[in-house]
Design a protein around this ligand. Structure first.
Ligand code: TNX
Length: 521
């Protein structure tokens, strides 16, 4: 029997007396029907076994049926702990997973999926005798997918949701607009998808979500206990708007910096009204002193709010180098206020902390380095001073689009060069910005920008295994508070997930740093 390996690390894991629970084709799954269905599917993917559906037979969770003791029992008990928490007990006599809510039970099922092991020699499957008590450190545990630089369709987004949810991540931030394309149908502004959605980086095909597509994504995410946070990036990153509503767009600002990026990466200088297929950032801006801009924001954020059940709408605000600092502050104050009046909590990249008029309670997303540079930490603190919290996405740690391998065409290198899983792991959210500790941290999010990313296989290759480090930063106890919250433990625990990922069809990169475990047969 090999050591149980759970990622992200749980709050408490203890070995129990007695032998493992042996899983067979006759093992009964009982209790909450959604959790039973999720576990059945996971067991089939992992082991090939097709278990009977106890819930469908109408068995009560605590059924006293003769085989009841040898069952896997999945229940929700609101009195059992904090939001999203669960307990798991396994030994030769049975397995029980109790969630404090449906999400907690779902996370317990994910843990159980990671605990399934092939028995020694006989090819059977078992769960080691353990007890797990587990709850998240932070309520917001996110991934971001950029569907603007390259469009990724509903199936791809759903596959990424499944992958992220299996690591107890609970937010999908969708970056729905950027210079290269607008990706969501807006009924009141039909030219956005009629004229501004067909392009992407490198001349690749674009695309967009209809509102029904978006509703499908939101519903699929909810079924995996994930909340969608949609972003329209403003006032910069808006070149695509100039293809649809040119009257809203300022002329591109072609700084030396932009010209250099275009020389380095190729492509044309941006021209309003013409699709931009390059990778340069920071040249475009909406017109700040034109009321038509704010009527546009009312329309697009208004429809987005109506489509989005979750509490957050993201207004972007990053790298607005085509907007003067004074104009940027005016814009951010108005945009955040529009979102607040729609009944949503605004969210913005950390630059927006410069705006004195930022709506109170706006959540800041920090994308600077683990050691802050250029006053980015002060901008993050400004959100907290206005009653907001911070989501940490330090670029040199958990930007999943940073290159693992200098020779791979996938990924970029601006955040301190070619990166590693170890770098993704060895940081703690509470030590990035002085003065911002656990109480002011909403959570952690790992963005995946897609300038170089065209397919689910590309997403997998960049995100896995590094996404697990972000999940552990978001879910697990702080660095230094648990002996297993170390790189050495992590590289072994992640290595144990390789066979599970293979069975789920995840095309991960087998980095040398990780201690990949071969499966016993
Ligand atoms: C910076 S960091 C960006 C994106 C790029 C990304 C590439 C931030 C908020 N914006 O526009 O896609 O770098 O890594």
């Amino acid at each position: 029997m090999t050591q149980p390996a759970i990622v992200p690390l749980p709050s408490a894991l203890r070995a129990r007396d007695g032998g493992p629970f042996v899983l067979t084709a006759a093992t009964a799954l009982r209790g909450d029907p959604d959790a039973v269905a999720a576990l059945r599917a996971l067991i089939t993917a992992r082991t090939g076994l097709r278990l009977p559906d106890g819930a469908a037979e109408g068995a009560a969770p605590d059924s006293a049926a003769p085989d009841g003791a040898r069952a896997v029992v999945l229940v929700v008990d609101a009195a059992s702990g904090a939001a999203e928490s669960y307990t798991l007990r396994a030994d030769a006599a049975g397995v029980s997973v109790t969630g404090a809510d449906a999400a907690g039970l779902f996370y317990g099922v994910q843990t159980l999926g990671q605990l399934l092991q092939r028995g020694a020699g006989d090819g059977g499957w078992s769960v080691p005798a353990v007890e797990v008590d587990d709850a998240p450190r932070f309520p917001y545990r996110g991934v971001m997918l950029d569907v603007a630089r390259h469009f990724h369709d509903v199936d791809t987004v759903e596959a990424y949701i499944d992958r992220a949810a299996s690591l107890k991540l609970n937010v999908l931030h969708l970056h729905l607009s950027d210079d290269q394309g607008w990706r969501l149908e807006i009924a009141s502004r039909p030219e956005l998808t009629a004229r501004a959605a067909a392009s992407a980086v490198g001349g690749d095909p674009g695309g967009f979500f209809t509102q029904d597509d978006y509703r499908r994504i939101v519903a699929f995410a909810a079924s995996r206990h994930m909340t969608v946070v949609p972003e329209f990036d403003t006032p910069g990153h808006t070149h695509a708007v100039s293809l649809a509503y040119p009257e809203l767009s300022a002329e591109p600002v072609l700084s030396d910096h932009i010209r250099q990026i275009i020389r380095d990466y190729g492509g044309e200088l941006p021209v309003n009204g013409t699709a931009f297929e390059g990778m340069a950032v920071g040249f475009s801006s909406l017109k700040i002193h034109d009321e038509a801009t704010y009527a546009f924001l009312e329309d697009v954020f208004g429809e987005l709010a109506a489509l989005t059940p979750g509490p957050w709408l993201h207004l972007g605000g990053d790298e607005a180098l085509g907007t003067s600092p004074e104009d940027f502050d005016v814009f951010v104050a108005r945009a955040s206020e529009i979102i607040r009046r729609l009944g949503k909590t605004p969210m913005a990249w950390h630059e927006a902390g410069s705006a004195a008029g930022l709506a109170r309670g706006t959540v800041g997303q920090y994308w600077g380095f683990v050691s802050p540079t250029g006053g980015m930490d002060a901008k993050a603190r400004a959100f907290v001073a206005r009653g907001g919290k911070i989501v940490f996405s330090p670029a040199d740690a958990i930007y999943l689009d940073m290159k693992f391998d200098a020779d791979s065409p996938l990924g970029l290198t601006w955040a301190r060069g070619v990166t590693s899983a170890r770098r993704a792991y060895e940081w703690d959210p509470a030590t990035v910005v002085d003065g911002i500790g656990d109480d002011d941290i909403l959570g952690v999010e790992a963005p995946l920008w897609t300038e170089t990313v065209r397919s689910l296989a590309d997403i997998d290759a960049l995100a896995f295994p590094r996404i697990t480090a972000a999940a552990e930063a978001a879910w697990s106890p702080a660095v230094g508070t648990d002996p297993a919250r170390t790189w050495e433990s992590f590289r072994t625990r992640v290595g144990a997930l390789g066979p599970l990922w293979q069975s789920l069809g995840i095309a991960f990169t087998a980095l040398d740093e990780i201690d990949w475990r071969d499966e016993e047969q």
